[in-house]
Design a protein around this ligand. Structure first.
Ligand SMILES: [Mg+2]
Length: 174
């Protein structure tokens, strides 16, 4: 049962993903969670993140911002990126993931979801058979207090690392 919570791959951050390799494996679209995945919660896109999207689009990969946050927040983040997006998606509802894939004109098996939360980003992707990449959540240097969900994630990741069949079964580290 734990496998429903395991990502296809676990990497430090969105810059550690080998996107051309992802493409070579047949993936044509990437759904990105925003908060604590691309930037710290609530922050605007950084120049590095904007460059990342330019790069992904130059490869021919389709992208979609996939967030539980408000439309206003997503639109502000997306100002210089111009990606299609879905706000207040209600992760981990698999219907939202299917909707995202169809917005890109792709099937769930052609899309990978990238996020920082196992119980939202990853679980929802697994529920509809979509590949997923977990990244470490972005935290400020002085941020020390974490909730119960982060503690549970830490335990799950311990089991995940021990599972040879599941751990990084999608081999897309740069
Ligand atoms: Mg997040």
């Amino acid at each position: 049962m734990l496998e429903m919570l395991y990502p296809s791959a676990y990497l430090p951050d969105v810059f550690s993903i080998d996107y051309p390799k992802l493409q070579a494996l047949g993936y044509q679209g990437v759904l990105f969670d925003i908060d604590n995945t691309l930037v710290h919660h609530g922050d605007d896109a950084t120049p590095e993140i904007e460059h990342l999207f330019v790069y992904l689009h130059s490869l021919g990969l389709k992208t979609l911002l996939f967030s539980d946050n408000s439309r206003q927040r997503v639109e502000r983040f997306n100002r210089n990126i111009g990606a299609p997006f879905l706000d207040e998606v209600g992760k981990p509802d698999p219907a939202a993931y299917r909707k995202a894939a169809s917005m890109l004109g792709l099937t769930e098996s052609q899309v990978v979801c990238v996020g920082d939360q196992i119980f939202k980003d990853i679980l929802g992707a697994n529920r509809c058979g979509m590949a997923s990449i977990l990244v470490d959540f972005i935290r400020l240097p002085d941020e020390k207090h974490f909730g119960k969900r982060r503690a549970a994630e830490k335990i799950l990741l311990w089991f995940y690392r021990k599972n040879r069949r599941c751990y990084n079964r999608l081999s897309v580290a740069r």
